[in-house]
Design a protein around this ligand. Sequence first.
Ligand SMILES: NC(=O)c1ccc[n+]([C@@H]2O[C@H](COP(=O)([O-])OP(=O)(O)OC[C@H]3O[C@@H](n4cnc5c(N)ncnc54)[C@H](O)[C@@H]3O)[C@@H](O)[C@H]2O)c1
Length: 318
Amino acid sequence: MFKIGIIEQIDQDGINLLREHPNFNYEIINDVSKENLIKVLPKFDGVTLRVVKLNEDLLKNCKNLKVISRHGVGVDNVDLKYLKNNNINLLITATANAVSVAEHVMYMILTLSKGITSYDRIVRSGEFKTKVNEIVTYELFNKKIIIAGFGRIGKNLIKRCLGFEMEVHVYDPFVSSEIIESFGGKKINDLSSNLKKTDFLSIHMPLNKDTKNLINLKTLKTMKKEAIIVNTARGGIINEHDLNEALNKKYIFAAGLDVFDKEPPDSNNPLLKNEKVLLSPHSATFTKECKSRMSIETVQNLIDFFENKINDNMIYKL
Ligand SMILES: NC(=O)c1ccc[n+]([C@@H]2O[C@H](COP(=O)([O-])OP(=O)(O)OC[C@H]3O[C@@H](n4cnc5c(N)ncnc54)[C@H](O)[C@@H]3O)[C@@H](O)[C@H]2O)c1
């Protein structure tokens, strides 16, 4: 019998797979304080993981732990070096969430370029006629977008952008022009020179030492004043302080953020007061359909791992 710890509640659809399984028992861990995790984690053979940080301090006590199954694809909340050195496997929900995130990007692009929140506000406040001409809105038709990072989400996003007849440029040093062209995009090799020409930028790469602060005041200053940026990848890829300044100085038009440097952001983070920013609480995968798919995939990955039939694309290569 394998012991599974569900660190933080996940959708019931996934938990049901364990309830009915003869080879597993499970416990849901809702108290994710460090003190409690130190106490309870050592007994588990495998755990599911949402946003809690699992660093060496916590992992070093987990002598039975063979596998961590991420409820998602980002792995920046786990000590990867420790996992590698201690032969602990890491699984990701590789197929569950890309559509939901790509749709969230389209929602942000459309909301910002069509002035949706401003229009809604002026109708409700009785400024229907007086304010309507002050609101600037844009079409997506024939506009250039750079998709920066062309993995699972980037490849889902391009289809939606092409549906709006946008011209899609892709920045991903690790994906060939043949693959990008087969999806209908054009590969760009250099981000900074292309930022000058683009109308939209959507970020879809991991956060690491190469991508931290990739978008900063220097790069933002070169962009069109009509440009719209969307980040659903990880906070920190865009420097928040610089983004706020660029919006206030009108170097760019607007930004949509699902992710932040610190989550939740501090209440005095100036971006929370900036009307040129559309915000969501790291919720791009929180559609009903996606939550169900992610919980099922997270748990199925654990079961497949212990039954030696885990699919290779679900294993994060440490
Ligand atoms: N907001 C959310 O809820 C949410 C949900 C899922 C994923 N994410 C985040 O979205 C991002 C993309 O996820 P994915 O599933 O598409 O990942 P993925 O691993 O499938 O794709 C990432 C792509 O980024 C590329 N890349 C790596 N370094 C790069 C660099 N320096 N410059 C340009 N491209 C680079 C890789 O070649 C790869 O093609 C990740 O940061 C992930 O954590 C966020």
